[in-house]
Design a protein around this ligand. Structure first.
Ligand code: ZN
Ligand code: ZN
Length: 913
């Protein structure tokens, strides 16, 4: 049987398949949708491409393939209560997709889908089903085109093509906008997957109500623009948008009855089992807690990596709730100390290669989980006890549900999220009044006036910032466009602290040790974008009040709002104080060197390797730069050195950088390079390097050195592959480059001292040493053979006669297996009829050779049987031919005892004629 592919292999095979067909691999966007405050979390692969379909965003490619991180905690198809109770519901999941933006259409999409499923993944053709659109209202034309393409696929069963109406097979982004028919692909998993097998009225069907037919891929064909409920107009350019449920396809290809039994979850489940100390039977009896913990830990690990830490509102509340729900289910397995970090570490190990943000943020992930579990542990017992009293009380009074007010009180005072309260109530057959909970929350907000939106979903967190922004604009503290962002020149004058936030809520003042978000009217701290990391630094008081905020990160939580994230390291900052924002300059300069070097590297790669070597991703950090680009094979050493030299040439020429603002169309027409995954607006910033002959011309919002000479030195430290057709280069510049060079030279100096030579002589010296070592080894080999031969000759005196046959048993301590074989030959030359068993010890392990002459083989002896019988004593086994066999073992100390077996064997095996 073939080995089942791993989840990582399946993900990669999907990507490779479409990369090979001209698609550009686009990295997953964050779980926090950029610039879309209507959406709590990225919930589908198309979120990052939405604006491309709407025509407000342009990309430098027309075919894309991606694997997108998604999270759903509420909604028609994914109620949180379901997660953990069955085999298929998840909060976090991945979506695979291939995309055409005005490029190919239905024929390619369906033909490739069929090819991938049947020829790459070898799914059985007779188990696959497809649907196409036929309008039940007869207003929109039937999608005959898709139907005919399906029928033309080799081996596709025409009976497996079924039409469906608007609900299943017509996709719309919103009430108006791009839309079109779609085609779903289902697989028949067989009768075992049907839950209603006993019901005579039940018929299994595609889009039916049982688990037998599983939809795993939807291909959407965008061809209309909806102007009103009754008005559809055809689009000039048609698009393809597909989404494949990754967990589903893995479960299909690994042939598991549950997504949780795939290798996407099993390592997590196994870790939980070890911590819980349960055997397999106990685990199967307790699947719900295992599934909840595995799902929620995976989700929160990815959330924290994307900057969503446990907190009180919006997204942060979801993270908190998921950690606490997992912790509560952990208690059912006897896990009372924080345990999620151990499970999260497995998530990081398993997923970190494809999602490097997990590795990058590993410390933050583990720390945040443990901290939140500890916070919860402080109140959970009181909370659970109190809830239990409340539920018992309801039951004795014959009630049905817990009031929303009490449920809210449990969260506000004892930290029990509504979702946990509901879990527990449902376990006891009771309900919780969700609407009442909302009301109580609203009342609380009015009373406290703090604007704390406890546990509300949907853009609430953004609302805190937009509300703040509105107030500041109303009072004239900020202009209509919000915070003034000017990362390209230092702001030296004091500015007023406009707002401070602690725990997601605005506060008047904060204290030493508090985590804080600081809002200033303008800032020159760079906010992570285009691969360049955020600045760090400090905000100090400008009026002698002696307070200090250490800024560790930057964020744009809503349009017009930029906040400095940090910790108060001294004093009590207060809203209205005057402050000076100081970027860590050395770090910024090193980042600028790396960013400009990245542009030079990009252009050198295109020169040396060809135009296809386009940027596929980059990281510009203070200590190194990382550059991913399209190229089908490893770079040769010569290519690497040429690229490195080309960049250093540009550095030494000391080009001035020319930075300009111009309309996007104009820049693209002039040949400026636009980068994948970046969103550009009407007017763009361009960076060009080079005089008449422009070396590099890119759209870029990053910070750069004034002239290339500022970079100092550029050294490549790594070249490797990260995905099919995508290579990665890592490099250092400036001070780091100097350090790398200095360390190598130090090492060379040390080697010279050890070898008593000089840099110019070192290679000759090493060659001499290698040669003399080789001849010494040869000599040693010759001497050893002589030694073994001498030992053997001495042993020849000990040849015994057993049953009239000459038998030699000997241990030759210095012999390797070749030498033993040679000695066996020698024995046979001296004794045309005889048996020899020779043994030795190699690296502490016994080795054995048995030889039996042909005449004795005819009398029933067999070297294989003999060597096996002997090797058994030393804990091993072996094989070979009847005349010559060899064996190994474990315990060399038993060799003498083992050789004693020879007699018994001979007596027992000779034909008694
Ligand atoms: Zn069924
Ligand atoms: Zn750039």
């Amino acid at each position: 049987m073939q080995d089942k592919p791993t989840g990582a292999e399946i993900r990669q095979s999907f990507i490779n398949f479409f990369v090979e067909r001209g698609h550009t691999f686009v990295r997953s966007s964050s779980l926090v949708p950029g610039g879309d405050s209507t959406l709590l979390f990225t919930n589908a692969g198309m979120v990052q491409f939405k604006d491309v379909f709407l025509g407000t965003d342009q990309r430098p490619y027309t075919r894309a393939v991606n694997a997108q991180k998604c999270l759903r905690v509420s909604g028609k198809h994914n109620d949180l209560e379901q997660v953990g109770r069955d085999n298929t519901h998840h909060t976090f999941f991945e979506m695979l997709g291939n995309w055409s933006f005005g490029d190919y259409y239905k024929r390619e999409a369906i033909t490739w889908a069929w090819e991938l499923m049947t020829e790459v993944w070898h799914l059985p053709k007779d188990k696959l089903w497809a649907t196409y659109f036929r309008d039940e209202l007869n207003e929109i034309p039937e999608d005959r085109e898709a139907a005919d393409i399906w029928l033309a696929q080799p081996g596709f069963n025409p009976d497996h093509l079924v039409p469906f109406g608007r609900k299943e097979n017509f996709w719309e982004m919103a009430d108006t906008g791009p839309c079109g028919p779609d085609s779903e692909i289902h697989i028949d998993r067989g009768l075992d997957f049907c839950e209603f097998g006993d019901d005579p009225d039940h018929i299994c069907a595609v889009n039916g109500d049982c688990g037998r037919f599983l939809e795993f891929w939807n291909n959407v064909f965008i061809q209309y623009n909806r102007l009103s409920p009754t008005q559809l107009v055809p689009l000039d350019k048609t698009h393809v948008d597909t989404g494949m449920g990754f967990e589903r396809i893995v479960s299909i290809l690994q042939d598991t009855p549950s997504n949780y039994k795939t290798d996407l979850f099993l390592p997590l489940i196994n870790t939980i089992q070890v911590m819980a100390g349960q055997n397999d039977h106990e685990r199967e009896a307790n699947l719900t807690p295992y599934r909840v913990i595995a799902d929620h830990t995976r989700a929160t690990t990815f959330l924290i990596a994307d900057g969503v830490v446990p907190g009180n509102i919006g997204r942060n509340y979801i993270c908190r709730m998921l950690v606490r729900r997992a912790a509560r289910f952990g208690m059912k397995l006897g896990l009372h100390d924080p345990f999620m970090a151990d499970v999260a570490q497995v998530v990081i190990d398993e997923y970190g290669d494809f999602y490097p943000e997990l590795k990058r943020n590993a410390t933050a992930i583990l720390d945040n989980l443990t901290r939140e579990e500890k916070r919860f542990a402080k109140t959970v017992h009181a909370g659970l006890e109190h809830l239990d009293e409340l539920l018992t009380d309801i039951k004795t009074k014959g009630g049905q549900s817990l009031s929303g007010e009490k449920a809210f009180d449990l969260y506000a005072t004892l930290g029990l999220p509504l979702e946990i309260t509901r879990d527990i109530a449902q376990e006891q057959g009771l309900d919780v009044d969700g609407a009442g909970y909302e009301q109580a929350m609203e009342a609380h907000r009015l009373i406290s006036g703090a604007g704390k939106d406890f546990g509300e979903l949907g853009g609430e967190q953004v609302k805190v910032y937009t509300k703040l922004l509105e107030e500041l604009i109303d009072t004239g503290k900020l202009s209509q466009s919000g915070v003034h962002y000017e990362p390209y020149r230092a702001i030296e004058e004091p500015v007023e602290v406009l707002a401070l936030l602690n725990n997601g809520a605005p506060v008047e003042t904060v204290q030493t040790g508090d985590l804080v978000e600081v809002l200033l009217p303008k800032t020159w701290f760079y906010v992570e974008s285009g691969g360049q990391v955020s600045d760090t630094g400090q905000i100090v008081n400008a009026e002698g009040k002696a307070w200090n905020v250490q800024v560790t990160g930057m964020r744009k939580p809503a349009a017009g709002v930029i906040i400095h994230i940090g910790e108060v390291t001294r004093g009590n900052p207060r809203v209205g104080d005057l402050a000076l924002a100081q970027v860590d300059r050395d770090r910024r300069i090193q980042i600028m060197r790396n960013h400009t070097a990245t542009h030079l590297l990009h252009s050198a790669l295109q020169d040396i390797l060809g135009r296809h070597a386009r940027q596929a991703g980059s990281l510009v950090a203070p200590d190194h730069l990382r550059f991913d680009f399209n190229h089908p094979e490893p770079m040769t050493r010569e290519e690497l050195l040429t690229v490195e030299a080309r960049v250093n040439q540009a550095i030494l020429t000391n080009f001035q950088l020319r930075i300009a603002q111009k309309p996007l169309d104009e820049a693209i027409k002039e040949g400026a390079m636009a980068l994948f995954g970046e969103k550009y607006e009407g007017v763009v910033r361009t960076i060009s390097i080079g005089e008449e002959d422009v070396l590099s011309y890119e759209l870029c919002g990053g910070t750069h050195v004034d002239e290339t000479g500022d970079i100092g030195l550029f050294l490549i430290t790594y070249e490797g592959s990260i995905a099919a057709g995508i290579r990665r280069i890592e490099a250092v510049t400036g001070w780091q480059a100097y350090q790398v060079a200095r360390e190598r030279m130090n090492l060379l100096d040390q080697v010279n001292v050890k070898l008593e030579t000089s840099p110019t002589e070192i290679l000759t010296k090493i060659e001499q040493l290698t040669q003399s070592l080789a001849s010494a080894e040869k000599e040693i080999d010759r001497l050893r053979k002589k030694l073994v031969a001498d030992e053997f000759d001495q042993n020849l005196d000990k040849v015994e006669q057993i049953e009239g046959i000459p038998v030699l048993k000997a241990i030759l301590p210095n012999a390797n297996i070749d030498a033993l074989r040679e000695m066996s030959d020698k024995f046979r030359q001296q004794y045309p009829s005889g048996v020899a068993v020779l043994a030795s010890e190699q690296n502490g392990k016994p080795i054995l050779i048995a030889t039996i002459t042909d005449d004795l083989v005819k009398r029933g002896l067999n070297a294989v049987e003999l060597v096996q019988k002997v090797a058994q004593i030393v804990g091993g086994g072996g094989g070979g031919r009847p005349t010559l066999a060899q064996a190994g073992g474990k315990d060399a100390s038993k060799l003498h005892e083992a050789l004693d077996q020879v007699h018994a064997y001979l007596r027992g095996s000779l034909d008694q004629q």
